[in-house]
Design a protein around this ligand. Structure first.
Ligand code: SAM
Length: 329
């Protein structure tokens, strides 16, 4: 078996964004566009990449592998498949009322470590008619990133984004494994921290000495691994070689909570578009916020192709648009 079905149950807060994230990840890891079935996105992905794909999922609280439908006597075959995927992870088995005898049989065939309180994976068995459907629910990045609360970091600024949302943006920007992601307005470091948790290399900068230093302190105190770099620099003047960045994720300042350091928003964004065009690899993506889509046209007129927009109403005075653009090769 070279491929497996993956299911993603979108979370309540941003279901459409979650589906777009799942489809982007599927494309990146060699899967198909999928179909909606019972409120879930189901798609086919290469068996050896499906687990990594799910570990990057930031929008969904519940996602996993569809092991298939089995007659009762064939359940051990599904369990062997699950055992190969689970390896040394901790897991628990969930069955329907009246089916508890299945648990002993499954655990017997599965071996490994059963952990009811904090499992890494859940094997869920549901019965319909004479057959049993087995699903393996695996931990997604959403769970890990939601535990990271910027307010509790050693350095905080009210402009900080929630890390799970930054992770979602890293995925919408399709940063590949081993690729280099940039946040040119890194603030307290939410994007860099999320990227590191997703296993990506990331570099960020901020024009404010206080923010750049605070971001470094956050990264150090969270003991993050991987290649992470923080500089003090102007987003309009990227201190990097041409064509080196795979993806960019950012939330620019609007001049309210975060200062624009004397520029107008449109002028700053035009300069950022110019700088990103130089350092982004051809085909690379940028995912960013703009208030009500302001400044979007400067990216388009610089040559970027608009691939996705999503509107989020923050409060009556602020509607932000999440934008994805690509540097057309
Ligand atoms: C909205 S905040 C970014 C928040 C960040 N995503 C976080 O989670 O902390 C915008 C940041 O841009 C920085 N900034 C403003 N003008 C800049 C410029 N020209 N170059 C780089 N950073 C700049 C501000 O100091 C601020 O930290």
């Amino acid at each position: 078996m070279n491929s497996i079905e993956v299911f993603v149950r979108p979370a309540q807060d941003f279901p459409e964004l979650n589906l777009t994230e799942a489809r982007t990840l599927s494309r990146m890891y060699g899967g198909d566009a999928g179909r909606i079935s019972n409120g879930e996105l189901v798609f086919e992905a290469p068996l050896d990449k499906a687990q990594r794909l799910l570990s990057r999922m930031c929008g969904s609280r519940e996602a996993g592998l569809l092991l298939g439908e089995y007659a009762k006597q064939d359940i051990p075959r599904a369990v062997r498949l699950a055992a190969g995927i689970i390896g040394s992870m901790r897991y628990k088995v969930v069955v329907e009322r009246g089916q508890r005898d299945l648990i002993t049989e499954i655990v017997h065939n599965m071996g490994g470590i059963v952990d009811i309180r904090s499992p890494d994976a859940i094997l869920r068995v549901t019965k319909s008619g004479g057959s049993y459907t087995l699903k393996l629910i695996l931990g997604t990045a959403r769970v890990v990133l939601s535990k990271l609360q910027p307010k509790k970091w050693v350095y905080f600024h009210p402009g900080a984004l929630q890390p799970f949302f930054c992770g979602l943006m890293c995925n919408l920007a399709a940063c590949p494994d081993g690729g280099l992601l940039l946040d040119p307005f890194c603030g307290v470091g939410s994007t860099l921290i999320a990227a590191s948790k997703l296993g990506l290399n990331a570099v960020g900068w901020d024009i404010s000495k206080k923010q750049a230093y605070g971001c470094k302190r956050n990264i150090a105190s969270l003991r993050l691994g991987g290649a992470l770099g923080v500089l003090r620099a102007d987003a309009a003047n990227p201190p990097l070689k041409s064509g080196i960045i795979d993806a960019a994720v950012f939330d620019p300042p609007y001049g309210k909570v975060s200062s624009l350091f004397g520029r107008s928003f449109e002028v700053l964004l035009a300069e950022v578009a110019e700088g990103l065009w130089r350092i982004l690899k051809p085909g690379g993506f940028a995912c960013f916020f703009t208030p009500l889509g302001r400044g979007l046209d400067v990216f388009v007129s610089r040559g970027f192709k608009l691939t996705y927009t999503y509107t989020i109403r923050i409060h009556s005075g602020l509607t932000r648009m999440l934008v994805v653009v690509t540097k057309v090769a």
